[in-house]
Design a protein around this ligand. Structure first.
Ligand SMILES: Nc1ncnc2c1ncn2[C@@H]1O[C@H](COP(=O)(O)OP(=O)(O)O)[C@@H](O)[C@H]1O
Ligand SMILES: [Mg+2]
Length: 286
């Protein structure tokens, strides 16, 4: 019933805006306008400051990385706000992976290479990884002072100023009509150490969940496929070089702490258990 109502509302919206709906996000719907642009229209509950922030970040990113969509303007109509982007004609990587299960390893390898390319760009003027992760670590109230201090020192000492997406997963990558991968949804971008960004993507690929309800057997198969994709992505990212295991393990811990703060119920028990195991291990290796 709720779903039906939602569908009706969303068709109605397309009708009101006179645009075709092409995508759905957590806080926005995306339409194609009459000028051939993509308009990301936010729910009215999203504060205008957040929309302005995404506009500002999207401009900066396109200047250094043109696989991001070009940003045009802030859009405003009947009390709703949105952002105008270049329209990427194509499909999300997640859909293509599901459709061509026999090609997932190849997609995962291309994904790893793409992420390496993103990290090849220096960038200033974005939130820094120090700011981002210090905030995230302090939010998690179950860390004792000495561990918190060690993790904060680690974040400071490993700082770099490279472009990080902050939420790179197959729903934020589109394959355009020429078969090129394009990267959307840069609102969590920051300037930092690429290993932190790889650790998040690796987590999302191997353990991240979606809100959809699925039967048990489906979840089982999905978890096997996810592991294959995550492994292939990682090897491709490091292009078969040795993975800096110690640093990567610490970033994985930090990423899991920050993910816990996102409050995704389905992932919380696993995260809590894993965080505590990793912290014990850190204590022993002190
Ligand atoms: N520039 C674009 N061109 C074409 N489709 C887009 C574009 N931006 C977003 N979309 C579509 O809208 C969906 C949601 O957009 P996204 O920016 O990822 O929103 P959210 O921040 O809520 O995740 C995407 O998965 C994609 O299908
Ligand atoms: Mg998205």
């Amino acid at each position: 019933m709720t779903y039906l109502l939602f569908m009706v509302l969303s068709i109605l919206k397309g009708f009101i805006y006179r645009m075709k709906k092409i995508g759905l996000g957590r806080q926005a719907e995306v339409f194609e306008d009459n000028n051939g642009l993509a308009i990301k229209i936010y729910n009215t509950s999203v504060p205008i400051e957040n929309i302005e922030y995404e506009a500002e970040i999207s401009k900066k990113i396109y200047d250094v990385y043109n696989r991001a969509p070009k940003f045009y303007n802030i859009w405003h109509q009947n009390g709703s706000y949105g952002l105008q982007f270049e329209l990427i004609k194509g499909e999300m990587l997640s859909i293509q992976m599901r459709r061509h299960l026999n090609c997932v390893r190849r997609y995962a390898r291309e994904f790893g290479k793409l992420h390496r390319e993103i990290h090849a760009n220096s960038i200033k003027g974005l939130k820094s990884s120090i700011e981002k992760y210090e905030w995230g670590l302090r939010q998690y109230k179950k860390l004792d002072e000495s561990i918190l201090y060690r993790l904060l020192e680690f974040v400071k000492n490993s700082h770099a100023e490279l472009l990080c997406h902050g939420d790179l997963h197959p729903e934020n990558i589109m394959i355009d009509e020429n078969g090129y991968m394009r990267v959307i949804d840069w609102v969590d971008a920051y300037s930092g150490n690429p290993l932190s960004d790889v650790a998040r993507t690796y987590y999302l690929l191997s353990k991240g969940t979606s809100p959809e309800k699925k039967p048990y057997y489906f979840k089982l198969i999905e978890s096997i496929v996810k592991r294959v994709i995550a492994k292939e992505y990682l090897h491709s990212y490091f292009s078969n070089k040795v993975i800096p295991k110690r640093e990567f393990d610490i970033w994985k811990l930090i990423i899991q702490i920050c993910r816990y703060n996102e409050g995704i119920q389905e992932e919380k028990p696993f995260l809590e258990r894993n965080i505590s195991i990793e912290i014990d291990r850190m204590g022993k290796n002190a």
